[in-house]
Design a protein around this ligand. Structure first.
Ligand code: KE4
Length: 424
């Protein structure tokens, strides 16, 4: 048995499913999960000493790669001053100022500890501000595991083929309406049928939890105008796209101004961080300035802020970083698409910036039901082959590939060679 397998056996005796987050169990690909010991740049190593080119990057946070010197230095300094005080600190002010500077729609922002917490709190802010209860989400979008969002969710819920989750009382989801991604008419129908009752529409501006699904031309603009017409708030869940598509995330890329935005992943530099923010009049509803309660012992934790600030500062100050990253990723995905096409492999490759996904279906993939047509057995064979070749992909057809500024051209080329050896 490998060391990873031994550890997995031990883990299953004391952790549900042997993991602290379901997708890590490799359940949908039926392979023993790799237990990772360390990372550097675009590489990670497992407990058996095997080295991989990492295309998960902790599911998005590691946009600079593992062990960026500026992030490590900032964390090492912060830990010496103290791990946590439960008191206000300078770095929280600096983080909030930086987010407000980089994302124009953010006038006030609150730090929390995960994307789930950011979404849960943003929904509460929207309901508190509007006095309305209903929320519209989209099938295949994943917004963390807060009860109200576990309806036709993406990511691990979709990977496991679950409609939602056990343990969620009907009362928690009765106000959650589910729309079809990229279908504005469907959104209008739901808003019309629930006139005056919808607090907000929450959307991943680029779907990245049913695989990667791009907004069709006009979709996001249409959501903006529908929300204005029906007096509902527009919430962009940018936990993945925030500071990934560019310094102003998807809202900057597409030129849409949401009322609230949620963040996670990249803003923590690898440490547990989430955030939600937006229009001042909405965010002033949040305690202690307003009646909507939300709190957190480790919110704005000094070490996590140090890591996030260091990462965002590198992204801000290295002026050519996004141009180079997005250009390298575009070349990579374009070449990947050609390899699969030339080999006659039915697929649909959706990509934007450093995010991408190969669907093993003839495509197109524009929503949840399109994504579900994918040949997951073929994906499993692809995943296993790539893992064997030292390429670490998301162990699910319904996740994304994440490229980082640390991915070398040599490693991208090596990855493409591995794909060629799979399709023959
Ligand atoms: P966390 O609570 O996992 O930090 O964030 C939840 C969340 C919210 N919104 C979006 C758009 C997200 O993608 C996520 C979490 N993403 C998944 C990856 N598909 C996390 C990986 C996991 O569950 O282990």
């Amino acid at each position: 048995m490998s060391v990873s397998e031994t550890l997995f056996d031990r883990a299953k005796k004391c952790i549900p499913g042997g993991v602290n987050s379901p997708v890590r169990a490799f359940g949908s690909v039926g392979i023993a999960p790799r237990f990772i010991t360390r990372g550097a740049g675009d590489r990670i190593w497992d407990e058996d000493g095997k080295e991989y080119i990492d295309y998960i990057g902790s599911w998005g946070p590691m946009i600079l790669g593992h062990g960026h010197p500026a992030v490590l230095e900032a964390v090492e300094k912060a830990v010496r001053d103290g791990l946590s005080f439960g008191a206000a600190t300078r770095r929280e002010v600096e983080m909030a100022e930086l987010i407000c500077e980089l994302v124009p729609s953010i006038e006030l922002v609150r730090m929390v500890n995960s994307g789930t917490e950011a979404v849960m709190s943003a929904l509460r802010a929207a309901r508190g501000f509007t006095g309305k209860d209903k929320i519209i989400k989209f099938a295949g979008c994943y917004h963390g595991h807060t009860d109200a969002m576990l309806v036709k969710a993406g990511s691990g819920v979709m990977t496991q083929g679950l409609p939602g989750s056990a343990g969620v009382p009907a009362g928690c989801t009765k106000d959650t309406l589910t729309a079809v991604y990229n279908d504005l008419e469907n959104v209008r129908e739901l808003l019309e049928a629930n006139k005056g009752e919808v607090a907000a529409v929450i959307v991943e501006p680029v779907g990245a939890n049913m695989g990667v699904v791009l907004p069709e031309n006009g979709f996001l603009e249409g959501l903006r105008s529908l929300c204005d017409e029906y007096e509902a708030l527009l919430i962009f869940d940018e936990v993945i796209t925030g500071f990934r598509l560019g310094l102003s995330g998807a809202q900057g890329y597409y030129g849409i101004r949401p009322d609230l935005t949620t963040f996670g992943k990249i803003i923590g530099g690898g440490m547990p961080v989430g955030a939600y923010g937006g229009r001042k009049e909405i965010m002033e509803m949040i305690a202690p300035s307003g009646p909507v309660y939300q709190a957190g012992t480790l919110s704005g934790n000094p070490v996590a802020m140090a890591a996030g600030l260091a990462q965002l500062t590198v992204l801000k100050e290295e002026k050519t970083l996004f141009t180079k990253l997005n250009a390298a990723a575009d070349r990579f995905f374009t070449e990947l698409d050609k390899i699969l096409t030339d080999a006659g492999q039915p697929h649909c490759l959706n990509h934007i910036g450093s995010l991408g996904c190969v669907f093993f279906t003839g495509g197109p993939v524009k929503n949840y039901s399109d994504a579900q047509k994918s040949d997951t057995a073929r994906f499993t064979a692809y995943f296993a082959h790539m893992l064997e070749q030292g390429i670490y992909l998301a162990p699910s057809q319904f996740e994304a590939m994440f490229l980082s500024a640390a991915h070398t051209q040599e490693d991208l080329d090596r990855t493409l060679e591995a794909v060629k050896s799979f399709v023959g």
